[in-house]
Design a protein around this ligand. Structure first.
Ligand code: SF4
Length: 348
């Protein structure tokens, strides 16, 4: 059962409440490359990204965020560390949300100025942190970045904003250690009704990052925790977006678009099952139909799975039986089983 949090609106998107879990990513082109950032932002939007974060190291860099904001129609989040003037410049530039830890700004008046500017533009802020960044007094109390310390740190940053009557807040509490991250989110969710941004930070290179994120983010979603997710991969942000949707799909959330299921193949497989499955998935990229497509290796276990799908094939020796909505329809034979199957999928 989902843990319902208060609603927070980021530009044209609302998270929290019963709103769908939003998938986000972050650009990784050097901030000096304005055109590169704009081009990558467009690719992320095309991939289905719903919230897009861009770093802003200094006030002068806000022009890059303004250009990105102009180029796409999804909400833009400015990622700020230390410099409150960068945050103010981004609010002026029209971004939709600020990601900042008020504790890193230092001066209370600077925090007040950022809170005021965000309130005037109805911009939410995301606070929180990672296991690697802890305040000295909290580290002294716990001695290590245990979940309790992470929660206390996140709530400390939230409190610094609440002191200025600011409560348009989203919280994150990431760690690269999956069990620690999960326990921290559990404890945090029990103590706050601010919506939660869930992710495993510094998850790693593509494969390990996918595994950790699948377990950590997927695990939290299965416990009902999470209002927006970001998969962190040392790779292109579009891949993070794709992985985010795949995690949502894997834990049972409705995701627009096709899902291809296939078997691992074994000694019984007598047609190019895996090659066909990969090619079907590739050709269906960008397809908006929410259909389940099965490509199964043989007629022993294949028909059962293929029947569960909207459309499927189960292979034989150089041929495949076509199933549509659970019913065997006909055999696909010859050199071009793949093309015949795609024709049938396109008829759905
Ligand atoms: S469906 Fe058939 S080919 Fe695929 S793994 Fe099962 S037995 Fe093997």
């Amino acid at each position: 059962m989902r843990q319902i949090k208060r609603e927070v609106t980021i530009g044209n998107l609302t998270i929290g409440g019963n709103h769908p879990i939003a998938v986000q990513t972050m650009l990784n082109v050097p901030i000096e490359d304005l055109e590169g950032n704009v081009a990558q932002a467009k690719r992320c939007e095309q991939a289905g990204c719903q919230i897009l974060r861009v770093t802003c190291p200094s006030a002068a860099d806000a022009k890059v965020l303004a250009a990105v904001k102009q180029a796409v129609s999804i909400p833009i989040v400015a990622d700020i560390h230390f410099d409150y003037r960068a945050a103010l410049a981004c609010v002026d530039a029209g971004v939709d949300k600020i990601r900042i830890n008020p504790g890193t700004i230092g001066d209370a008046d600077h925090v007040r100025q950022v809170a005021l500017a965000c309130r005037q533009k109805n911009n939410p802020m995301r606070n929180g942190g990672t296991a690697g960044r802890r305040e000295k007094h909290i580290l002294a109390k716990y001695g290590a970045p245990v979940p309790e310390a992470m929660v206390e740190s996140a709530l400390y940053h939230v409190h610094l904003l609440e002191k200025h009557d600011f409560d348009n807040i989203v919280i994150s509490i990431k760690s690269s250690n999956v069990p620690r991250m999960m326990e921290a989110y559990r404890q945090l969710s029990a103590r706050t009704d601010y919506p939660l941004h869930v992710g495993v930070t510094e998850a790693g290179t593509y494969q390990m990052g996918l595994l950790k994120s699948g377990m950590g983010i997927g695990g939290m979603l299965l416990e009902g925790i999470g209002d927006t997710i970001r998969v962190s991969l040392a790779d292109e942000p579009e891949k993070e977006v794709e992985a985010g949707y795949n995690i949502l799909r894997a834990v049972g959330f409705p995701v627009a678009g096709p899902e291809v299921i296939t078997c691992p193949t074994c000694g019984r497989t007598q047609y190019p099952c895996t090659a066909i499955a990969n090619e079907v998935e590739r050709r269906l990229k960008g397809c908006k139909k929410s259909i389940k497509v099965a490509v199964m290796g043989c007629v022993v276990n294949g028909p059962g799975e293929a029947r569960e799908a909207d459309i499927g094939i189960a292979g034989g020796k150089g041929e495949a039986v076509l199933f549509v909505h659970g019913q065997p329809v006909r055999k696909l034979t010859g050199e071009n089983i793949l093309d015949q199957f795609m024709d049938e999928i396109n008829k759905l």
